[in-house]
Design a protein around this ligand. Structure first.
Ligand code: SF4
Length: 379
């Protein structure tokens, strides 16, 4: 297998608040290879958006990346080393803020956000904004950038692009605005696009059209994607490999088919039980029991144990790392769950916890866990 385009090792991003340290992203590792779509999936509060923003060093105070390594095409986007005084410091080869801003963001790694209105300025025409972006990032004269902008609008399926070029964002529907952002993301032909819940605000039909468009463009340009979503249906449609996040950690990581048909983590199982699936007939869907605990003070041991139907006493004590429990198509299938043989911690002989959290109110187990826990957050 070739080297990954992007490699993330033990990334930790924390927020320092008056209430305590929020470990929004707590030691995640994953790779993105050329031309693949990798999902970051989980409920709201799992840490997936903070993780994706960390990749471009877009986390703002009081947030900070405190550990880990992010490598893109062999260059260090983030990395720490121990200095002569024993203190951690940024590695000398780490890209400067200026290099990240001028050379990486937009040109190499682009972002598509959930709400296009936050990315588009309402007082300038859509075409003007796209043209200016192309002019600045590709150093083209105005007339060439204009022609390129119109081509890009056509490419993403905007009808009558010459006329729509002169219109303002409020004259576009939600789906059309999202197409404009896709055009903007693709305009500099980046190798990687981070799509942060780009279809969440759209209705199902438009969502399907955007997913088809991304599929088409991805095949044409060979762009890699990190697709951030809470929706397993979208994951099934678009992703090649998937990382499932829970309370700042990746709890399952595998190729998409394996994730759906050989699920290894009870949290992923719960996510899958809560969506309709064409391969299964059920009377009614099962929502996930309980609520995600407060991220600032997560449960002890396995963070999912207060909500896990398979939880045993050992799960309260042992904090499982994300280990290879199987392989599929040459890719490891990883899970952070002590049920698997790769964890030899006495799960089978351990006492079951009849703990399941009720929705809304905290269970005793959650309360116990909170007193023992560390800290974490979400998006
Ligand atoms: S480690 Fe225990 S609590 Fe956590 S997911 Fe596995 S069985 Fe459930």
């Amino acid at each position: 297998m070739s080297d990954p385009l992007l490699s993330v090792e033990n990334l930790k991003t924390q927020f320092f608040t008056e209430a305590g340290t929020v470990r929004a992203v707590d030691g995640i590792s994953f790779e993105v290879y050329e031309g693949e779509i990798v999902g970051l999936v989980g409920e709201s509060g799992a840490g997936k958006s903070v993780a994706s923003m960390s990749l471009l060093r877009l986390v703002e105070s009081p947030g900070e990346i405190v550990a880990g390594e992010i490598t893109y095409k062999g260059e260090t986007i983030f990395g720490l080393e121990e200095g002569p005084d024993g203190e951690l410091r940024e590695r000398s080869e780490m890209l400067s803020n200026e290099e990240i801003r001028t050379r990486i963001r937009g040109n190499e790694i682009a972002v598509i956000f959930q709400d296009p209105m936050e990315s588009l300025n309402p007082v300038f025409t859509v075409g003007g904004q796209l043209r200016e972006f192309i002019e600045l990032n590709r150093d083209l004269p105005e007339d060439e950038a204009r022609a390129e902008a119109i081509d890009m609008l056509r490419e993403v399926g905007i009808p009558d692009p010459e006329e729509r070029y002169e219109e303002y964002p409020h004259q576009f529907s939600g789906g059309m605005r999202q197409r404009v952002l896709i055009a903007m993301a693709l305009a500099c032909e980046p190798s990687l696009i981070i799509a942060d819940e780009p279809t969440t605000a759209l209705d199902v039909t438009v969502e399907g059209q955007i997913i088809d468009l991304v599929d088409e463009l991805q095949a044409k340009y060979g762009t890699s994607f990190i697709w951030v979503t809470h929706d397993m249906g979208v994951v099934a449609e678009i992703c090649d490999r998937v990382n499932v996040m829970y309370l700042g950690e990746i709890v399952e990581q595998s190729p998409v088919d394996e994730l759906f048909y050989e699920t290894k983590h009870p949290y992923t199982e719960a996510l899958l039980e809560s969506i309709p699936r064409p391969d299964r007939t059920v009377g009614e869907l099962d929502p996930i029991e309980g609520v995600m605990p407060e991220a600032i003070n997560p449960p002890s041991g396995c963070r999912f144990h207060p909500r896990c139907p398979d939880a045993k006493e050992v799960c309260q004590r042992v904090h499982p790392d994300n280990r290879v429990v199987d392989r599929a198509d040459g890719h490891p299938h990883r899970a952070a769950c002590v049920k698997h043989d790769a964890f030899d911690v006495g799960y089978d002989g351990s006492r079951p916890l009849d703990n399941l959290a009720d929705t809304g109110d905290e269970s005793d187990d959650q309360l116990t866990a909170r007193t023992n826990g560390g800290g974490d957050d979400g998006e």
